[in-house]
Each structure stands twice: as C-alpha cells, then as structure tokens.
Design a protein around this ligand. Sequence first.
Ligand code: ATP
Ligand code: MG
Length: 567
Amino acid sequence: MKDLRQRQHWSLETPNFIHDFINKDCQSGRFQGKVVTRFPPEPNGYLHIGHAKSITLNFGTAAKYGGKCNLRFDDTNPAKEEDEYVQSILEDVRWLVEHDNFEVLYASDYFQVMYDHAVELIKLGKAYVDSCSSEEISQMRGAPTAPGLESPWRQRSVAENLELFQAMTEGKFEEGACVLRAKIDMSSPNINLRDPILYRIKKSSHHRTGEKWVVYPMYDWAHGWEDSVEGITHSLCTLEFENHRPLYDWFLDQFPQAHHPQQIEFNKLAITYTMLSKRNLLELVKTGYVDGWSDPRMPTLSGLRRRGYTPSSLRKFAEATGFSKTDGRVDLAMLEFFIREELNKKALRVMAVFDPIKVVLIDYPTAKTEFASVENNPEDQAAGIRQVPFSGELWIDGEDFSETPAKGWFRLAPGTEVRLKGGYFITCREVVKNPDGSIRELRCSYDPQSWGGESPDGRKVKGTIQWVSARHAVEIEARMYDKLFTIENLAAIPEDKHWKDYLNPESLVVKSGYAEPELSQATAGQTYQFLRKAYFVPDSKDFSSNRLVFNRTVTLKDNWNRQKELP
Ligand code: ATP
Ligand code: MG
C-alpha cells in the first residue's frame, strides 16, 4: 500500500500554539502518538490565498510529525458544487504542496455513515423531526441574551420521529416542510447548542451521488463525522468555529465508540487591499471584471500562479503570517516581499524597454553586430553569462531620457554620457524630432574604448541603462498588474458603498515594448527580471512564439509605499 505519510521536503517548522498542543498529545500517547490532519474545501469556488494558509498548516503539520494529511472535498451541499471546482482544487493543492502523496476523499462518501448515526441519535431520544418552517425555527432560537423557545414538535416519540425521518428520506415531503434537529438545550448560552438542525430536504442533484439523497446533512453534523471516519487526530479550522466546538464534541460524545478528534481553531488570513471570499470572487468572475478565476489579479491560487508566484513563496508567506487566536490583517507588501526575495535569487536578468526611444550611434558601421556579455544573474554565479546582440541602432527606455533633466539626473539627456549595460558609453549629441514635436531619434556618439562598460581613462559615468538592438529586438506585450482594489480594508466599506466602488481602474495596464531576442524562447515557469523594471513571467494562457505576452509578477521595490509618501 502507498505510504501516505507526508514527504519531508518541506514542513511547518516555526513553533506555534497548535504544535504545542500536538506535542502534548504525542507525549501523553493520545491518538497513539499519530498525527492525521485534513484540508476540507467546499468545491464551490476556486481556492484562494486564505486556503493556502490552511493547506500550509495542515500539510506542513503532517510533514513535521511524519503523519498524513487528507484532501477532503466537503461536498455536502448539492446545489452550489461543481466538478470544475473539484478539478481546479486538486490542481491547486498539488501545485502548492508540490506532491500528490495524499488521499483525495469526498464527504459525500460518508452520507450513509452520517445518516445511520442520525437514526441512532433519534433512537437515543436525542433528535426529532421538527415541522416548523425555517422562519419559525430561527425566530424560536432566541438571542445570545434571551433563551430560545422549544418547538411544539420537540416531544414527538422516537417511533414517530423514525417514521417521519424515513418519509423525509423517501422524498415524501417538500423542501422546507420539516427538518431533523438534535435535542440539546434551547436555553444554552451557546446558540449553536439550541437544537441545531442536522438534516434538511433538498431536491437537487449532487455532483457525485446524483438523485440518491433527498436529505442532506448540515455542516456541523457532517464535519465531525467526516473527521471521525477518516481518523483525523487534529481538526484545524478557523476561529469562527470556536463556538461550534461544543457542538462538534457533543455530537461525537453521544457515540462513545466513535473516534473523536480534537478541534483546534486558528486565525483566518486577511490581507490589505484583498478580497477573500469565494462568493464575492465568483461575482467578480461573473460580472466579467476579471478574466475568470485565474486572472492574475485574483487572489486565487490559479491567479497567483499565472501572475508568477511560486508555491514556496506562498507557503513561506503563510507560515510568516503566523497561527494564533486573534484575527488580524497582514500587509499585502508582506506577500510581495516573499516572492521578490525568491525571484531575486533565481530570476534570469534580461533587458527590455517600454515607451521606447530610438538611439542611433554616429559612425557605428551600419551592418555590424557585436555581442555584449551580460550576466544572467548577479546573485547566482552558476547562472553564467549570455551574449546579447548589439548594433548601431538601439532602443532605450522612455524613462531613461530627459530633454530637461532635473538636478541629479544620471540617465541620458542632451550632452550627457551614460553607460549602456555591457556595451559602450554613449553621449547624446542631437535630439531629432518628428513634425509633431515628438522624439524621432537620439543621435549619440560612442566611445569605442569603452566596450563592456569599462572606463578607458577612469572617467566617471554614473548612469547605466538597459537597451536592445533595434535589428534584433523582439516585440513584447507586458501586462502591468496592480492591486485589484483601492481600499485597504475591504471589511470596512461604508454602508452606502459596495466593494465594486473600490475596484482599481489601473489594476491592469498593458504596455508594449522591445526586449532581447532571448525572450522569444521563454518557457512556462521561467521567471525574468527585466532589468531596472520588475519581475515578469510568460503568461500561461496567451504567450506564444508570435505573441510574447508577459505578466508583471511584482515590482522590484515596493512602489506603493513610495507613492503614498508623496505629498
Ligand atoms: P470563503 O469564506 O472564502 O468562502 P470558506 O471557509 O467557505 O472560504 P472552505 O472551502 O470551507 O472555504 O475552506 C476550506 C478550508 O480553508 C477550511 O478549513 C477553512 O477554514 C480554510 N480557510 C478558508 N479561508 C481561510 C482564510 N482566509 N484563512 C485561513 N484558512 C481559511
Ligand atoms: Mg464555506
């Protein structure tokens, strides 16, 4: 049989309160020292970066303790779930954990187990069929400070309840006609314990069980059984379930023979300028504001992947956000820090220019080509050097020339000298204009002694700029992605506003430019630093050899904070 213990190639090592808990359990021999966790997504949308935190915790914990972690689809709600989501979740989890050494399980496979236990609970006199409407039931639940009211159907006999539940199961009632409720305590200070609903009637088709079931279990009833059946030891969930833990325990306590996991709650991930709710993300997709769930501006794992984020950068980020008992919001800059740090080490440096300006070198032989040796990555000597074609007609970046330079301008300007990276020192002698006043070309002299960027006489040239040979350049399309929202805290939107009012109109700016011929050979997954610009990856959807489309993963520095500091 396949050994499903987590491989050790990465694990969650930073100490946290959950691991303190597990350490104690391992020492005391609870669960025979085993650690079994699970990641239980509901297949009603694509996974987002909040899920990455849970995946990192669950898979990383299993890896740390040599235990296992299941991927379990929490597919107990027939209406909202689709196979497209199941497939995307599978792909995203495998991508993020970088292996597929885990079991893929479905909560719907335990429908019978859950059902049988519900029948047992009726027989124990601890569950009843309530024929009140859902409005009546919620009215009678009371408030945190006021006890609830008992349903008039609460005293039905075991026999009657068994018969009615059977009839529900056979489809003899309409949706909403009745529900099965646990009989716990209508005056409990914890509202979750006020006779929670276990089953409701839903006459819709399920993506795996089809028409077989008419009654579907509620989350709280289902989840404990899913964990129990799988032998989960530590059921890790977010803080909003803390108040559900007494119910989780109550259900399993009614069946002393059943395996009873320990539920532990941790803080949910929230990030500035970022919306993390599948329901709202679905709305963004449906309204067509973004290019589907995998749009590189989306906080989904597929969007982040397309944007150029790597699995390890997301796991490191998730780990750094910390596991605690208090919800908070982390800065988006922190996410960018982790990918920038990784790309700085491994991205291939290349030259690309936008808003290009033509530079013509006076006296450079027209047909001549030289090859400049440029290092592939100054952070990694092993990455080697490459030969970049150089000629007498070049493109430079529009930002690297100023006709009226401010004080301290080290880039090109009329009469000034700059170093072309790996090439010559050039001096701008003439600005040739088009009839409309725009720049047609810069005529520059070059110092033949300065090839490779060496100063022939020790003179100082402060500015070094990137360039591409006009004859050899390839045209590229660069998608400059930025924050999808302009509001820092999406949870604090004024009442008269909607999150749609805060969509950033500049979240995508498309620029065309020129780059080294090298870029026509770009392959999926290869990351680039366009020198002095930003980090880019070929777009997994639109890149082809005759359309070189790149996505900006992240800027070289945190521009946003600099912008904010301006008056
Ligand atoms: P959403 O609120 O975005 O719809 P969800 O919690 O309904 O998310 P599930 O599919 O139920 O999505 O989540 C699967 C697992 O991921 C759960 O264990 C859940 O606690 C965890 N999870 C979801 N969002 C976050 C988050 N922001 N931070 C940490 N864990 C999360
Ligand atoms: Mg949910």
